[in-house]
Design a binder for this molecule. Structure first.
Ligand code: SF4
Length: 348
């Protein structure tokens, strides 16, 4: 019988919602989907609060039941920035969406990896601040053939992920230089995947040579962000205003961007078992780094940790939880030649 293995980073277990202290609550901007169980319960709540519950629900364009937001907030977020549903009905009766966020589980049949979303300010602070917070050594090989996907391909991906992590974690080099190496290596591994060469020895044959090339302007990254699905227009104006700012990286910012990059790798790399795409992840890390580091300069956050957390969290909130944006990135990275691996390496 197969035994499922579960892997939790330490910060996952230590996470505690900041509740009323949260600077950007998850009840803001995003739809809250009311799942069937919660809806059945709300339908039997009597009195004024029961009426408010049912009158606050509509069906959205996807056919989901969602709360009707007031001033971009969930109608049950009270003046103390606490949830009235939790206060009046108990934590067990909030919707699944609210109970689970920012917790994420990624199920690969033989094993499951758990993660927190960077879009939550408290989770972002924990992820960005920590040292050695990701341990990718928990799984390097799978054992079973009956997981519903190719064992050979998964072991190939685990090997490639391990080497990518090694490149990104090499703090004898600057983050910028590690990112160049990561993009070039990922391009090579993507080529093997495209040719269906799932040979772990081939991955190890890769040799990287950092060559000094004339720098290329990276304004196209900011131009592309203007076409994404954005919730906060002020935020995107701030992104564009930062287009000519370049951060002088420091030990702290290098460590923070390393953690951000490892978060993307941990969260998305193994999705390639279904979509055969790893290069999009490296390019999304690149975009996140370019935009967040430039905003750090534009907002004067070089010496302000809390501001840098807010910049990385807000970027994740705008970019990561939108199906449209995920699709857009994938297509743009193929169609727009500015985003070729060779060209983006020249901008770093
Ligand atoms: S975003 Fe995170 S810290 Fe803020 S209210 Fe939601 S779960 Fe809590």
């Amino acid at each position: 019988m197969n035994s499922r293995k579960e892997f939790y980073p330490d910060f996952y277990r230590n996470f505690k919602c900041a509740a009323s202290r949260c600077p950007d609550t998850c009840c803001k901007d995003w739809d809250v989907v009311v799942d069937d169980e919660a809806y059945a319960f709300y339908s039997n709540v009597s009195g004024e609060f029961g009426d408010k519950l049912l009158n606050s629900i509509k069906i959205d364009e996807d056919g989901d039941r969602v709360f009707i937001f007031k001033n971009k907030h969930c109608p049950f977020l009270n003046r103390m920035r606490l949830c009235d549903i939790q206060i009046k009905l108990g934590e067990e009766h909030v919707c699944d969406t609210c109970r689970e966020f920012p917790r994420i589980s990624q199920d690969y049949t033989e094993f499951t990896e758990y993660m927190l979303s960077l879009a939550c300010p408290e989770a972002c602070r924990m992820i960005i601040a920590g040292d050695d917070i990701f341990d990718f050594s928990h799984i390097t090989q799978i054992e079973n053939d009956d997981n519903g996907y190719s064992k050979t391909f998964m072991n190939f991906l685990l090997k490639a992920r391990g080497l990518t992590v090694k490149i990104l974690s090499d703090n004898t080099k600057s983050f910028r230089s590690r990112l160049k190496h990561c993009i070039a290596f990922t391009e090579y591994v993507q080529m093997l995947i495209d040719d269906e060469i799932f040979d772990e020895d081939k991955i190890c044959e890769y040799e990287y040579r950092d060559i000094n090339v004339e720098k290329v302007n990276r304004r196209f990254v900011f131009d592309m962000h203007k076409d994404l699905d954005i919730m906060d227009n002020n935020w995107i104006e701030g992104v564009y205003a930062a287009k000519d700012c370049i951060l002088n990286d420091t030990y702290e910012t290098d460590r923070e961007y390393t953690n951000m990059a490892l978060y993307y790798i941990y969260r998305y790399y193994l999705n390639a078992i279904d979509n055969y795409d790893i290069i999009t992840i490296a390019k999304r890390i690149y975009c996140a780094y370019i935009v967040c580091s430039s905003m750090t300069v534009a907002l004067g956050a070089e010496n302000e940790f809390d501001k840098r957390v807010m910049i990385i969290q807000k970027y994740s909130k705008e970019m990561e939880h939108s199906f449209e944006n995920t699709e857009f990135f994938t297509v743009e990275f193929i169609d727009n030649t500015n985003f070729s691996s060779e060209n983006i390496i020249k901008t770093l």
